[in-house]
Design a protein around this ligand. Structure first.
Ligand code: HEM
Ligand code: CU
Length: 548
């Protein structure tokens, strides 16, 4: 594209690109086999979207049963053993089958090539292979859960997992291992693509923050996931061959497992939240009609979070018996990671300042993300304080903390991204009113579900128990009631988004008057993304109150 065509207003009028319209990526072959053998990053993104939506609702069923059990103090709905299996299934599905792939594999796959002005990712076949690995890992995990389940918690703590549990630990581990390879390959693909396929004029500091976020996430995926893979293999070896690695009775060290597990799993929480930050950074400037505040700081903050995130794993082990001095260092480093996170929150807020804000559905989700992420992050600081954590560790306070970040934060942002890019992906507009209603229902349901859990945890309710003293019941009932509202909220988009596929108005190339390259091509984009290779001549987020 020339600089003139790069001006979104020209594309908006639907002139040049519309006249010589290439068929959209959806038009090239409708059969199942065309989809299952596609190498188009956009179709692979759709495959991922369908698969992770399935797992999201499956994990949701487990959550619903957990909340139902906790509505009464007695452990009466399911047995203690079944309850253990339920929260393990919920955790494994939500972390590895939904949250880790959600934004990178769905929105990232669809948008990374478009945003950097490329025809596809660097390795399209590898991209398809990642999806097959994801499906294989999902099938193995599903088998483990259906064949009798796993009762270790998603954290697989040893020596329980390696020596004592009578459930399908090895099968579940194997599934997660395969899922790990899927993430590593996606990460690799993104890294190589950003380095080699950027359009002419698209220097690093002109990249959309969504690209920066997914790039940093990919670095974590590639560097941390192998540690998880190795750790899972070690657990399987100890379990299958009684080689002493983690079990003290065999001469092993149980804390070694926790170090290795959290060395992956703390960075993994940033795999879940950095892409969400990327989504918010696209939506907020667009609906405030303002350039993102402090673009470079936003990019550096992403990198800082990715790097410091590797140094704080020991904050999950304050009560494990690790050295007090280690605890102090991990506490300090955990406070440090809050600084770049806070910079991002301040900069999103500053972007809104004097903006001409439109509260459309994607914006409501993005603002919900910022608020809920902030609450989650701030309560992380409570947990990072050594003395407080002794009181709060393994209570519902921790459960509330990570749900505020992973559900209030990441899931909210994922939904915001789905609403923002839905016209681009499908070529259809959905009802903004329904989008807004769903966002509000989700926001209300979420807070009613999880805020009481902070109070419960502070009052001493331990996590992973299926019965509890009667005085906790009121807060538990509130939480379960909130979960019903939240479930309704999550089901709503399924309805109006599906409806839009058939009856929604046709989307123009750039319905939100956004500045990213992905809006400079048709909705839905042609198979090779751009009719003419784009040339970037401007800084990102060149928003003005009236025009693009
Ligand atoms: C300001 C940044 C953050 C700080 C200081 C922080 C601090 C902590 C601490 C100290 C714990 C351990 C609590 C305990 O076990 O007693 C914890 C648990 C947890 N955090 Fe955070 N956190 C932060 C951000 C995040 C983010 C961004 C995510 C996810 C996207 C996250 C997800 C989790 C999870 C999943 C757990 C519980 C793991 C488990 O035991 O199952 N945290 N956090
Ligand atoms: Cu952590």
């Amino acid at each position: 594209m020339t600089s003139a065509q790069n001006d979104a207003s020209i594309v908006d009028e639907g002139t040049a690109p519309h006249e010589r319209r290439e068929p959209s990526y959806l038009a090239g072959g409708y059969r199942l086999i065309d989809w299952l053998t596609t190498r188009d990053h956009k179709r692979i993104a759709v495959l991922y979207a369908i698969s992770i939506t399935f797992f999201f609702f499956l994990g949701g069923v487990a959550a619903a049963l957990i909340r139902l059990e906790l509505a009464t103090p007695q452990g009466d709905l399911v047995s203690d053993d079944t309850y253990n299996k339920l929260f393990t299934a919920h955790g494994i599905i939500m972390v590895w089958l939904f949250l880790i792939p959600s934004i990178p594999a769905v929105l990232g796959n669809f948008l990374m090539p478009l945003m950097i002005g490329a025809r596809d990712l660097a390795f399209p076949r590898l991209n398809l292979a990642s999806w097959y690995l994801y499906m294989a890992g999902g099938a193995i995990v599903l088998w483990a859960l259906l064949a009798g389940g796993v009762d270790t918690g998603w954290t697989f703590y040893t020596p329980f997992s390696s020596m004592f549990s009578n459930s399908h630990v090895v099968a579940a581990l194997s599934g997660v291992l395969v899922l790990g390879f899927s993430s590593i390959l996606t990460g690799l693909n993104f890294i190589v693509s950003v380095h080699t396929l950027r359009a002419r004029g698209l220097s690093w500091f002109r990249l959309p923050l969504f690209v920066w976020a997914n790039y940093a996430t990919s670095l974590i995926l590639v560097l941390a996931t192998p540690v998880l893979a190795m750790t899972l293999v070690l657990v399987a070896i100890e379990r299958l061959f009684q080689v002493g690695i983690f079990d003290p009775a065999l001469g092993g060290d149980p804390l070694l497992f926790q170090h290795l597990f959290w060395f992956y799993s703390h960075p993994a929480v940033y795999i879940m939240v950095l892409p969400a930050m990327g989504v918010a950074s696209e939506i907020i400037p667009c609906f405030a009609r303002r350039p993102v505040f402090g673009y470079r700081f936003m990019a550096y903050a992403i990198l800082a979070i990715a790097v410091i995130g590797f140094l704080v794993w020991g904050h999950h082990m304050f009560v494990s018996g690790q050295s007090m001095y280690a605890g102090m260092v991990f506490s300090l480093l955990s406070f440090l990671v809050a600084i770049p996170s806070a910079i991002k929150v301040f900069n999103w807020t500053a972007t809104l300042y004097k903006g001409s804000i439109r509260f459309s559905a994607p914006m409501l989700y993005a603002l919900g993300f910022v608020g809920l992420f902030t609450i989650g992050g701030l309560t992380g600081l409570f947990l990072a304080s050594l003395a407080l954590d002794v009181h709060l560790s393994d209570t519902y306070f921790v459960v509330a903390h990570f749900h505020y970040i992973m559900v209030g934060g990441s899931v909210m942002a994922y939904l915001g991204g789905i609403h923002f890019w839905w016209p681009k992906v499908t070529g259809r507009m959905y009802s903004d009113t329904w989008g807004k209603i769903a966002a509000l229902v989700i926001f209300a349901g979420f807070n009613l579900t999880f805020f009481p859990q902070y109070l419960l945890g502070y009052a001493g309710m331990p996590r992973r128990y299926h019965s509890y003293p009667g005085e906790f019941q009121l807060l538990h009932v509130l939480s379960s009631a909130g979960a019903v509202i939240l479930a309704v909220g999550y089901l709503m988009p399924l309805g109006y988004l599906a409806w839009s596929l058939r009856y929604g108005a046709r989307a123009t190339p750039n319905p939100w008057r956004a500045t990213g390259l992905e809006w400079q091509t048709d909705s839905p984009p042609p198979e090779h993304n751009f009719a003419i290779a784009p040339v970037v001549v401007r800084e990102p987020y060149a928003y003005t109150p009236e025009g693009p």
